[in-house]
Design a protein around this ligand. Sequence first.
Ligand SMILES: O=C(O)CCC(=O)C(=O)O
Ligand SMILES: [Fe+2]
Length: 367
Amino acid sequence: MNLHPKVRPLWQRALALPALSAMMGYKAAHLPRKILPRAFRSMISNWDYRQYWMLIKSGLNRAYIDQPCEFRMPTSFEPKTQVDPQFALSTDQIRQFYEDGFIGPLDVFSPEEMRGFRDELLAEENTLSQTYGFVTPRDRHFEMPRLWQYMKSPAITERLAQLLGPDLLVWRTQVFYKPPHSAAIQWHQASTFMVEDYLDPALYPPDRGEIFQLTVWIAVDDTTFDNGCLDFVRGSHTSVRTIRFGGEEGFYNAQFSLEFDRDESKFVRVPVRAGQCIIFTERCIHGSGPNVTDRHRLAFNLRVVPTNVPVYTNTKKYRSVYNGGKYDLKNWGVVTLRGEDRLGLSRSVDIDALHRQIEQQGARRAA
Ligand SMILES: O=C(O)CCC(=O)C(=O)O
Ligand SMILES: [Fe+2]
């Protein structure tokens, strides 16, 4: 089912409104779901009543950007894991992170390490993903050993462990090429990543009021006001907002604008040096300005959950409504970033074995 967020013609809206009301009633009456087609089953199981109601009351012009949730401030700002002092965050830093929704810049790599890596990443820009079979900057850690080695750097994992706990999984990564003279990435946020196909979430946290996933975003180039450094709305991770379909802004291929209080005193631009990172909850409203320079602005991210958050448990394929890609998950799995996955709630990939295989293939080709 195509749930692309766009302004629908009147006839579609006229049909959709009674259908949505009927589905809401079906959910409320706890009627059997197994007999329904998959898309309806997903919507009835996964959509919160607020998601139905927002679409209905706005006549299909507004929707929650993702599964609604409200952040609950933790009662303690002590680190969740004790780590090597060189990576320790103070309780003040942790409190600030919970208040702002992001922390950084933090030092991870030297600019020299990033300089060499830049060429390797650029060479992959338009190559087919071996995981998904089309050109996509997502999840290239499965096929780029150096990218994965960088992600496992203690300067990343030990910071995360203090915020999320000792046992951590990477469920998704992305390279951001941000080519010369490219557009802004508009304000957005996500919670359980239902935002992708609006049918099934990617993440099934036991408690949506907690911070259950974090993004680490690492700059490969110095990022500046001119090439589109990351921008945040301080403290905006408190709740998941609504979007209005249509309008001037565009998130990849989708046209919508996020509805929130545009109080500029809360806007924070975060220029960072090559090799530094920002850690943030995807629920904190963020984006990046246009790149008005003649050079790519390269960065990569990893998205991390503690092992008690199942990922894509019921999903074989998902369609990203904003970039149109269909992602078949048969080669996908979570990868242990730190500690141990004692719970085994999600499919996993043995990334070291995969990388050994890639290296052997490379050696055979070179011979
Ligand atoms: O690199 C960018 O400009 C955007 C990054 C972003 O939105 C993310 O990592 O979630
Ligand atoms: Fe983002």
